[in-house]
Structures are given as structure tokens and as C-alpha cells.
Design a protein around this ligand. Structure first.
Ligand code: NAD
Length: 243
């Protein structure tokens, strides 16, 4: 399978370190230079060169390219899940993928617990809350102690922090509800912390992930960069573990 990637940043480099990447495309062509892959001039060329395309660029890239990729009959992995926050766009994209027989993969990224939420939803979910705690500098805030800087729904959170709460949109899509989100800025914390609280007929769950940054890019959690690598390398697995 020929893997193509949009966006030659941290996630693309983590993927290319572990898997053979056939083609890449980035609006900043120089970002792709050290990758051992064909550098494409535009999206159309990338689509032609790939069987499956990984979006690792930006929410705007998802809005601009995803439908074109699906229309071309290619499957895709979406990392900038914030680009799917608009329900009408998301439903149209998913339903077109069904018609075309292609696949859309949304990796777990920087969190765990997606398997639990999918299963628990069958019995009825009541509430899902995400509390994200990040370094204040990373979030662009100057505070002297841990401070609540946002409380609201995931759909508002992703507008305010388009790079920091992709996982809130994933949790919303999986749970089927616009989940509650709290974002804290902390001058001391070095890790990207995500705490997920789930309530439903199954009981309750609390999932806490303290993400270390990627070795070569402190802005991206290491787990988030590894997540598409696992997904891509397990597509043909005969034995499936977890949900
Ligand atoms: N789902 C998750 O848990 C999760 C976790 C981390 C990052 N992300 C998201 O994944 C994406 C990639 O993350 P990263 O750390 O590799 O980012 P990065 O900033 O290191 O790299 C992004 C690259 O994409 C390119 N790019 C941006 N817009 C583009 C466009 N429209 N067309 C082509 N190229 C474009 C940039 O030039 C850059 O080289 C980001 O949107 C980030 O928010 C998701």
C-alpha cells in the first residue's frame, strides 16, 4: 500500500521514521526535504501517487482536502480532527466515504479510552468531560499558577484552541455528544495532560494521560505522533485486540 502524507511536520517525520512513506505534500515544500519520499507539487499529484493519505497538517487542510480525497476513492487518516467539528461537513464526508467504499480513520491521538466509550455508548452514555492541562506558554497564556482558561463545549474549545484540543472533537464524535471541556494553563507543567471522565449505564470511568512531548517537537505529544504509526501498521491484522 502506497502511503501519502499531507503536512511534513512532526507527525509525518515520526511516521516516516518507522514506515515506508511513498509520497508527501506540504505548502512549505522545504519541510519535506529530509523525508525519503516523492515530494508532490499539489494535492492532485499526491492523490495520484497514494492508496491511502494521512492528513497531518491542519484543521483547514481537512476542510479543504478531505472531500477531494474521498471523491478520488482513496482512504484517509485524519489527525487534525478539529477540522471535523462541523457536523454537516462531517456527516457529508462520512456518508460519501460509505458510498465510495473508502475508509476514514481517526486515530486515538494523545488519549486512551476510545474503545471504552464506544462500548459504553451501547448501554447509554450520560456525560463525557475532558479536562486538558497544558503549559501556559504553549497555550499562549501568562499565568503564575494553574488557571482555568476555558470551560464550555468541545465545539467552542476547538475554535479557541485549534491545535490543542483535537481530542475533544474525537471524543464528541465517538460519544455522539458535544462534550464538556475544561482547559487549564499551568506555568509549571511540562506534560500535556488529558483527563477524561465518562458516565453511563455501564458505570463511570476516569482516564488520565500525562503525555510527554515528542523527542523532536515539544508541541506534539509523543503518543499522538505514534498513534497513526500503530494504526497504519495494524490495518491488515488478523487478530484484533480491544474493540
Ligand atoms: N489527534 C490528536 O491527538 C493530535 C495530536 C497532535 C497533533 N494533532 C494535529 O495534527 C496536525 C499535525 O501535527 P504536527 O505536530 O505534525 O504539526 P506540525 O506543525 O509539526 O506540521 C504541520 C505541517 O503541515 C503543513 N501544512 C499546514 N497546512 C497545510 C496545508 N493546508 N496543506 C499542506 N500542508 C500544510 C505545515 O507547513 C507543516 O509543515 C496538526 O493539525 C495538529 O493539531 C492531532
Amino acid at each position: 500500500m502506497r502511503i501519502g502524507i499531507i503536512g511534513c511536520g512532526n507527525i509525518a517525520h515520526q511516521i516516516a521514521r518507522r514506515l515506508k512513506v511513498h509520497a508527501v505534500y506540504d505548502i512549505q515544500r522545504e519541510k519535506c526535504r529530509d523525508l525519503d519520499a516523492k515530494i508532490c507539487n499539489d494535492l492532485e499529484e499526491l492523490i495520484g501517487e497514494s492508496d491511502l493519505i494521512v492528513e497531518a497538517a491542519s484543521p483547514d487542510a481537512v476542510k479543504e482536502y478531505a472531500m477531494k480525497i474521498i471523491e478520488a476513492g482513496k482512504s484517509m487518516v485524519i489527525m487534525s480532527i478539529g477540522g471535523l467539528v462541523n457536523r454537516e461537513f462531517r456527516d457529508a464526508l462520512f456518508s460519501r466515504a460509505r458510498e465510495k467504499g473508502t475508509r476514514i480513520y481517526l486515530p486515538s491521538g494523545a488519549i486512551g479510552g476510545i474503545d471504552l466509550i464506544k462500548t459504553a455508548k451501547l448501554g447509554g452514555l450520560r456525560k463525557v468531560t475532558l479536562r486538558t492541562i497544558k503549559n501556559s506558554h504553549t497555550l499562549g497564556y501568562q499565568v503564575s499558577e494553574r488557571t482555568l482558561i476555558f470551560k464550555g463545549k468541545a465545539s467552542e474549545a476547538i475554535e479557541k484552541f485549534p491545535k490543542s484540543v483535537n481530542v475533544s472533537v474525537l471524543l464528541s464524535i465517538v460519544s455522539g455528544m458535544d462534550i464538556d471541556v475544561e482547559v487549564y494553563a499551568d506555568p509549571q507543567v511540562k506534560e500535556n495532560i488529558h483527563e477524561i471522565y465518562v458516565e453511563g449505564d455501564f458505570g463511570t470511568a476516569e482516564i488520565r494521560v500525562r503525555n510527554k512531548p515528542s523527542p523532536d517537537n515539544p508541541k506534539t505529544s509523543y503518543l499522538a505522533a505514534l498513534s497513526p504509526v500503530y494504526l497504519l501498521s495494524s490495518l491488515e491484522d488478523v487478530v484484533r485486540m480491544g474493540v
